[in-house]
Ligand binder design. Sequence first.
Ligand code: ADP
Ligand code: ADP
Length: 225
Amino acid sequence: DTVLALQGIAKTYNVGLPSQVEVLRGVDLSVDAGEIVALVAPSGAGKSTLLHIAGLLDTPDTGTVTLAGQNLTGQSDRRRTLARRADVGFIYQFHHLLPEFSALENIVLPQLSNGVTKGEARARGLMLLDKVGVAPRAHHRPAELSGGEQQRVAFCRALANGPRLLLADEPTGNLDPATSDQVFDTLMTLVRDTGLSALIATHNLELAARMDRTLRLDAGRLSTA
Ligand code: ADP
Ligand code: ADP
């Protein structure tokens, strides 16, 4: 069962005619159900562009994007947004939690905009926080949490609406090495427990080695490591 399939993806940016930056060319990639795939790329290789195309935030010039069995190539923004909300969770190097809301509220809010009742959203939020060991901090604001705790809450928010695919860009890149290791363990356990598929970009080859498979992106071309 394939959760994400990219075929023949190409993307070029026009940076003021006649200059063009060819960012991705001929990228084929697939992620199976329950699979955790590492994406290793030097800076400028096109990693962010690839993750944004996979997460339906950006469109390729050519190629097809199939998510959870739905071919979303050329679909309207509305359909792509609905598919993104239903099936994709995003994690970044920085937590991007809303500062004026508690950890729990940060996980509840995306569920409310997805039509879940407050009671159900809170129950799911607490269940997720418990899984990552941050339940005792549920009512604290992000600024009152450690860097590792903030990232753990961001993981819970990404999973709030039960996505099929997790896209992560250097999810522990902002943490010191010891914390990074622990928080990465938490992420792997969370993904395995929920049966999610994940595409996780990292510069850290030790972290990549703990995933199921590594893909390397170099100057816009993908290869197996
Ligand atoms: P990475 O995440 O691997 O560092 P990006 O996907 O962000 O790489 O960018 C790849 C290349 O595309 C870089 O050369 C970058 O400058 C260029 N690029 C990215 N976004 C744009 C844009 N909106 N307009 C023009 N060039 C861009
Ligand atoms: P809503 O309107 O319900 O807040 P959106 O449709 O705007 O949600 O976004 C759905 C998902 O895509 C959310 O997880 C959101 O964090 C993510 N997202 C939306 N826009 C961006 C963006 N520009 N960069 C990264 N993630 C984004």
